[in-house]
Design a protein around this ligand. Structure first.
Ligand SMILES: [Zn+2]
Length: 267
């Protein structure tokens, strides 16, 4: 750990300076942070889709055409079942905990995640926009009311929303499904407000999430990237921290605490 801190000394210093100076930092996370908790990614080696095949690109249209069939079939789909089991077993890693701690320290004001695994909430993050939904929840596609899976009493197939009678499906956003309007609006508002964005474990290849750092940058915000690999964002970033987020984010929190201490000591 100290070795990594030494190796990334300049970057950690730069990133913590930006975060301490920022008035409104938001975070954007992707699959990379969850892989460190044992959740397989969708794409790439060992990915769910690599092994089971990609789901149909018109999954949402198929659901709309036959919601009864979707509800009857969904628990028997191997790839989804494996993912659900992995997600239920997964625990947040130090990266998730560090982001929750940054929120508690009032450094991080909001977090946008592309992950559906609930790990940010489990770690204690409160101001959270789950742009691709949350696998542990169900959602009414008409009024966007959401329920925990365990709390929703399924009556009939397909189940209907007790509020408005709309169709209920997994909160997870399917291929072909529009991002729920309430979440998308929240992400856009937060992106417009921020003067610093911390991206973690995302290759920034999937829209609309990929557009948020670019929009923030255009509006003059600083960008900090924590990622194992070079991404399409890297060249835009003010600081790039290359490595596993579960190791880097705790170091970043440590550096910020030191800076805040120095600051309070010198005044
Ligand atoms: Zn409804």
């Amino acid at each position: 750990m100290t070795e990594l801190r030494e190796k990334l000394k300049v970057e950690l210093d730069g990133a913590s300076n930006l975060l301490v100076a920022s008035k409104y930092t938001i975070g954007l996370t992707g699959a990379g942070i969850s892989v460190e908790s044992g959740i397989p990614p969708f794409r790439g080696p060992g990915g769910i889709w690599t092994r089971y095949g990609e789901p149909p690109m018109d999954g949402y249209q198929r659901f709309l055409a036959d919601p009864k069939g979707w509800w009857e079939k969904r628990t028997r789909t191997a790839g989804i079942s494996e993912l659900i089991v992995k997600i239920m077993e997964a625990k947040p890693n130090p990266g998730h905990h560090s982001l929750a701690e940054l929120e508690e320290m009032n450094i991080l004001k909001h977090l946008i995640t592309q992950n559906i695994d609930d790990l940010h909430r489990k770690a204690g993050s409160k101001n959270l926009a789950e742009i691709h939904g949350n696998m542990t929840k169900l959602r009414c596609i008409s009024c966007n009311t959401r329920w925990d899976r365990d709390e929703f009493e399924i009556k009939g197939t397909p189940p209907r929303c007790p509020e408005c009678g709309g169709l209920v499906k997994s909160d997870t956003v399917m291929f072909g499904e529009p991002i729920p309007r309430d979440v998308l609006a929240k992400c856009q508002i937060e992106t417009t407000k921020c003067d610093c964005m911390l991206t973690v474990g995302t290759t920034a290849a999937i829209y609309p999430a990929a557009s948020f750092p670019m929009l923030a940058k255009r509006r003059g915000a600083a960008l900090i990237e924590v990622n194992l690999y070079e991404s399409e964002l890297s060249h835009l970033c003010d600081v790039v921290l290359r490595g596993p987020s579960g190791k880097i984010l705790p170091l970043l929190v440590e550096c910020i605490k030191e800076k805040l201490q120095e600051k309070s000591g010198s005044t």
